[in-house]
Design a protein around this ligand. Sequence first.
Ligand SMILES: NC(=O)C1=CN([C@@H]2O[C@H](COP(=O)(O)OP(=O)(O)OC[C@H]3O[C@@H](n4cnc5c(N)ncnc54)[C@H](O)[C@@H]3O)[C@@H](O)[C@H]2O)C=CC1
Ligand SMILES: CC(=O)C(C)=O
Length: 292
Amino acid sequence: MSELDKQTLMSDGVKPQTQDKQPGVESEMTPEPVYELESHVGSGKLKGKVALVTGGDSGIGRAVAIGYAKEGAHVAIAYLDEHDDAEKTKQRIEQEGVNCTLHAGDIADESFCFNVVEEVVEKHGKLNILVNNAARQEVKESVVDISAEQLKRTFDVNFFAMVYFTKAAIPHMEAGDTLIYTSSINAYVGNPSLIDYTSTKGAIVAFVRSVAQELASKGIRVNGVAPGPIWTPLIPATLPEDMQESFGVSSPLGRPGQPADHVEPYVLLASEGSAYMTGQFIHINGGMYTSS
Ligand SMILES: NC(=O)C1=CN([C@@H]2O[C@H](COP(=O)(O)OP(=O)(O)OC[C@H]3O[C@@H](n4cnc5c(N)ncnc54)[C@H](O)[C@@H]3O)[C@@H](O)[C@H]2O)C=CC1
Ligand SMILES: CC(=O)C(C)=O
């Protein structure tokens, strides 16, 4: 049994629970997600680098932000308004002896995205790693129930914001720097109750493959991660309790994923260990989908 299985023992599934606002709050979850493992001992893979992680206050982004700090990177976090989660993450990052800055605001606003990048470069002097990870979702039974407002908001936050951050970051990046995007298993298998969300995740896959080709000649690598069912605030904040009943237990590995399952794959994509990878996606889904 892995350390993660021992710590979480969620092979019976999650206890369905609801939060009344999105983004959800990690400290209100029972059990709280596992975002850090003792088995991840930093070895300076990102020493002196500067990383910006959107959605880095909680869930997958928090795990990645702390993992990068353990590897020696200074970290900036963009998030909407979950200030308690963000402060807790900042405190943990600073325990690693690196700097952390918090940038609260709505990434649907293009000027906010450009300002965050400028603030990061001003404060830290450079930007080496951009993790485009923040997202939202709303369950609807049918495509005909998706309002124009929901469709626009989901694309604004999940896809257009990633494009804004990418455009803002590239002028500050050089050979060896990396861009990383969070997609979803849903982009590969479809999801009839998250059609707009799933479409944004498909757009991200196409975007990564295209930008990777553009930036290869500059030595800037562009990759992504496609998580499966992961126990994060997004779940109680957006999925009805009946959809949480079987969350992750039908995966071949028999449990929901945890944010901590993402740390070392995101470290790999940010570091020299993946020097010959670009335009690729790593699938973290307990074996629920096996392809590229
Ligand atoms: N939890 C899961 O089962 C899966 C999650 N993912 C993806 O993982 C990524 C991270 O999500 P989780 O860690 O699951 O949840 P989370 O709720 O911890 O993270 C979502 C983040 O997005 C940020 N955010 C949302 N709207 C924003 C806005 N308008 N402006 C600024 N920030 C905003 C929130 O502040 C939050 O930090 C997302 O891209 C999600 O689509 C993909 C597949 C499965
Ligand atoms: C699989 C997936 O993307 C969610 C959020 O459920």
